[in-house]
Design a protein around this ligand. Structure first.
Ligand code: HEM
Length: 208
């Protein structure tokens, strides 16, 4: 398939996926209002994205997006300049992040029969040794999304000088990432993990 067609598909797919991503991140930002509110918003949003046909479509579109993105990375050759590097690195990290994130969500539900709700996300950022991996992993996941969006906007307006929005977007991602993850860690209000989530972490550690 020609690169231009791939790029168009990647852009159109991104716009569809952005609807889920924006809702998902708004959901995570509600952690500043406490874990109960985070859970309530997640349960409300699940009516849409956990409706099986929607969920299958969502997973298919995310996988297609990763494959198209990786094809674009491998076909473009060595990136030239800071924005091109940022685009490739953020895209590569998103693919790595999502592959793990989506597989983990499905595997946790199927293997451990555990609800992958707010406590599931909070658990891995609240207890060592998980915290050492999952804090940077989640923060960088959000930074990468904002940075990738900034690059898309940057290349649309190329070769005009970078706008303030384009330069500030990756930093905004860092702020959002730090707020969400520190909220899940219990920085704004306590997060008391139910026993089944404690047990999940203990079992996971002792069986690996
Ligand atoms: C701090 C960052 C993030 C946290 C804590 C987080 C947490 C979660 C949780 C708890 C679920 C399970 C939801 C449920 O069971 O209803 C989930 C699912 C998912 N997340 Fe994230 N997420 C984060 C970032 C992202 C980002 C940046 C993306 C996309 C680029 C993403 C894409 C997805 C997808 C596709 C699912 C599967 C939805 C489904 O189960 O149908 N997540 N995430």
């Amino acid at each position: 398939m020609a690169n231009n067609t791939l790029r168009k598909l990647h852009r159109t797919n991104a716009l569809l996926l952005l609807v889920f991503i924006v809702l998902h991140l708004i959901n995570h930002m509600t952690i500043v209002l406490g874990i109960d509110n985070h859970l309530a918003v997640m349960e409300a949003l699940r009516i849409i994205y956990r409706f099986l046909p929607v969920e299958i479509l969502l997973f298919a579109l995310f996988f297609a997006q990763m494959i198209i993105g990786l094809m674009l990375i491998f076909r473009r050759g060595k990136p030239q300049g800071g924005w091109a590097w940022l685009q490739v690195l953020s895209g590569g990290y998103i693919a790595f992040f999502l592959l793990q994130h989506m597989t983990a969500a499905v595997a946790t539900r199927m293997i451990y029969a555990l609800d992958t709700n707010s406590y599931w996300a909070a658990g891995v950022v609240s207890k060592a040794p998980f915290v050492w991996y999952f804090v940077p992993y989640y923060v960088l996941g959000i930074v990468a999304i904002f940075a990738h969006l900034a690059c898309a906007l940057r290349f649309r307006s190329w070769p005009a000088p970078a706008t303030k929005v384009q330069v500030l977007l990756p930093w905004a991602g860092l702020v959002v990432g730090v707020i969400v993850v520190s909220g899940l860690m219990g920085s704004f209000s306590p997060v008391n993990l139910p026993v089944q989530y404690q047990a999940y972490l203990d079992n996971y550690w002792s069986s690996n």
